[in-house]
Design a protein around this ligand. Sequence first.
Ligand SMILES: [Cu+2]
Length: 136
Amino acid sequence: MPFFSKIIKPLLALALSAAVLSAEQGCTKDSAPAAPSAPAAPAGKPGEPRTIALTITEKGYEPSPITLQQGQPVKLVLTRTTEHTCATEIVLDEYNINTPVPLNQPVEVAFTPTKTGKLVYGCAMGKMISGVFMVE
Ligand SMILES: [Cu+2]
C-alpha cells in the first residue's frame, strides 16, 4: 500500500518529534536556572582565604572569568587534564607568578589581589591561552 505508507510515515515522524519536544521542555522546566556569573564557592569575608579550583583543558583555563575580592587571599588549585595544550603553566605577571602545571597533578598557587580591575593570566607564550579574574 504505497499511498497508505506515504501518509502514515510523515504522521509518525510528526508524532515522534512532538513527543521528543515535549519531553525536552519538561526537562528544561525541572532543571534549576543557571547562574553563570555567580562564584562556585561563597566569596566569604575579606581576609579569609578562598580556594578556587581551575582546570586546564583543551579549551583553556576553566572556569573563566572568575570574580575575586580585593584584599581577599586566593588559593588556586590548578589541574591540567590534557596534553593537548600549550598552557602547561600559569603566568600572572602582576603577582610574579610563573608556575608549571604538570599533567594530572594539582598545583597550588596563592596570591592576594591588591588592585581592582581585570587580571589576565595565561600560558608562558604571551598568554596565547588565557583566563580572566575580575577583582572587585
Ligand atoms: Cu601558549
